[in-house]
Design a protein around this ligand. Sequence first.
Ligand SMILES: Nc1ncnc2c1ncn2[C@@H]1O[C@H](COP(=O)(O)OP(=O)(O)O)[C@@H](O)[C@H]1O
Ligand SMILES: [Mg+2]
Length: 174
Amino acid sequence: MLIAITGTPGVGKSTVANLLSTKYKVIDINSYAKRNGLLEEFDVELGSYNVDTNKLNDSLKYKTKSREVVFLDGHLSHFVNCDIIIVLRCDPNTIYKRLKQRGYSLRKIQDNIQSEILDIILSESVSSGTITSEINCTNLTPPETARIIEKAIKNPSLFPPGSVDWSNEIDKWF
Ligand SMILES: Nc1ncnc2c1ncn2[C@@H]1O[C@H](COP(=O)(O)OP(=O)(O)O)[C@@H](O)[C@H]1O
Ligand SMILES: [Mg+2]
């Protein structure tokens, strides 16, 4: 059973994935792609590598057949054919602070904030046709988020998409 943990950079995916890794297998998509030669050319504007999502998909296909719960951590993980997609959401102001601390360029921070406000990853996830849960973890501790993810994989309908709306943030940022 393959579960994608996705969301805009800075929402807290890797932090919660790290907690989940004490109980479950977790694959960090970025390092997995690097190790398996699935990185494409460097995108100078974005300041990151593109990933060949078709090859990524092929390479992880066998995992969905297993009963073992395997989490995928990464903002591209929802492009992998998986059983459930968990989209983590976070207030744009918090994302701003976190990405600034990470040393991202203003352009890259703005791109990510825009993507969060416009629900880009949520929309991509829902349109994949895979069962999708949405969790606003702005005011949750990482252990609380981990517990909610465990609930969501048992019953994804408890956390349906559409619960988060950052549209009142648009004027502030753009
Ligand atoms: N629930 C949380 N509460 C407070 N800070 C958090 C929480 N989750 C993550 N962080 C902090 O936010 C930053 C980004 O988290 P990270 O897990 O790397 O995000 P992502 O993997 O989604 O890019 C880190 O500095 C992390 O310590
Ligand atoms: Mg991460």
